[in-house]
Design a binder for this molecule. Structure first.
Ligand code: B16
Ligand code: MG
Length: 217
């Protein structure tokens, strides 16, 4: 069997940027005179920026021209980037630093496979950019998760067959994308929501050396 490689999602796996997306989307909703709850924000996890706005406007029952939508997308991203620019390595989720160090020691390569167009900046802010062998983000794909495109491009960049790739994901669409790519999927978060994953862990601190050794055995 060939050596395994890892593909990490960003938001919800490496860092929790969902809280910043939420603040920016909520402010936009409030400006458009409707409220947007944390529960509703769950629908935006792993979803592209454009699709997120569509879901938000649907919640507010608002119809807008493409031109106006573009203005709102720019406005939201501008506010989101204000939060991102204040990020530091303190925001790396529990267990991730140790896991990357373990993979480095074992000479196991890893890539990023994220829907975010801001992924490179976020990785730079938390000091992890240089450590990834490949980065595939929202700028590189034409089809959003659950389409497997993002992960298949990452596998290609790592020069690996999909069956040798292990995807760590927190969103249902991401788990489905990994499964559609015929990769091993590890779901981080609610087991009921992510039951399609090959493995389920409640949070990133459960990505222990024991668990990873089992995966790569
Ligand atoms: P951006 P991931 C996703 O990141 C987020 O989960 C999702 O909420 C966001 O809409 C999407 O990135 C696009 O982000 O506006 O920065 O391009 O989970 O795929 O790493
Ligand atoms: Mg995610």
């Amino acid at each position: 069997m060939d050596k395994k490689v890892f593909i990490f999602d960003l938001d919800g796996v490496i860092v929790d940027t969902a809280k910043y997306h939420y603040l920016a989307w909520k402010n936009l909703a409030n400006e458009l005179s409707f409220d947007f709850s944390k529960d509703q924000n769950e629908q935006l996890k792993g979803v592209s920026r454009v699709r997120s706005l569509e879901i938000l406007l649907n919640i507010g029952k608002i119809n807008l021209s493409d031109e106006k939508k573009q203005l709102l997308l720019d406005k939201k991203n501008k506010e989101y980037l204000e939060y991102v620019n204040r990020m530091t390595d303190d925001e790396i989720l529990p267990g991730i630093n140790q896991l990357l160090t373990f993979l480095d020691q074992k000479n196991i390569k890893y890539a990023l496979g994220s829907a975010s167009k801001n992924a490179p900046l976020i990785l730079k802010k938390v000091g992890l950019y240089e450590r990834f062998s490949a980065i595939v983000d929202g700028n590189d794909v034409s089809k959003a998760k659950p389409d497997p495109e993002v992960f298949l491009i990452a596998a290609k960049k790592l020069k690996k067959d999909p069956v040798d790739c292990i995807v760590i994901e927190d969103a249902l669409a991401g788990i489905q994308a990994a499964n559609n790519a015929k990769m091993t999927s590890v779901g981080i978060g609610d087991k009921n929501l992510l039951h399609e994953a090959d493995y389920n862990l409640s949070d990133t601190s459960k990505l222990t050396v024991d668990f990873i050794n089992k995966l790569i055995a």
